[in-house]
Unconditional design. Sequence first.
Length: 248
Amino acid sequence: MFTVKQLSKLAGVTPRTLRHYDDIGLLKPSRIGENGYRYYGEESLLKLQQILFYRELDMPLDEIRRIMGRRDFDLLCALQSHREALQKKAARLCQLLVTVDNTIQHIKGEKLMSQKGLFKGFSEEEQENLAQEAEQKYDPATVRESNRKWKAYSKEKKDAILAEGNKIYVDMIAAMPKGASSVDVQTIVERWRSHMDYFWTPNLDQLLGLANMYNDDPKFKANFDDMHPKLAEFMLEAVTVYVERSKK
């Protein structure tokens, strides 16, 4: 049997997390001692492992509780499903690691990358997943119209739009040392704003909201971090300057 402190150390979670899982009925201890301490046996350990696997795949706690609470929940099938999902995630992360390393060399001038190479690992399937997430979090009508507009373009047009967008971010990374309020950076922000017209035409407040989303939303920010660890933060700073100046 493990105490909360022992299990938290073993599993790499905080005691507060274990207590929270108990409070919401997700992970109950095997027994409660006369001293009021929670004790966890092997069954609880296996259940906690399942929870952590699901959390690694970004599944909400309520959904985990629903799935694991089903009478037909099969531990072996769940593990096999986790393995497949994690293999796919690992393959993508490996590709992104290569892209990050190559980009670092590119920025240092040690290796020349094509614009397409800077975005290797960002598949159209991944973009579709991000779009679906955006639809859940933001204005669904706007996101759906943007998706419809995008899908109506020919492959050649899509490639040209992506190349243009990639060039904007490449130029922004190169211009970052000049400062967010510099003429060069603000010119790039204007190019970025015009580029949005291929998808939708945001007003100034929406433009700032988009930059905030890039910086605050973990999945969107992760894509920018893979290009440059400070890009999302810098984009928000530069767009804020652009919006403030445009409103004067």
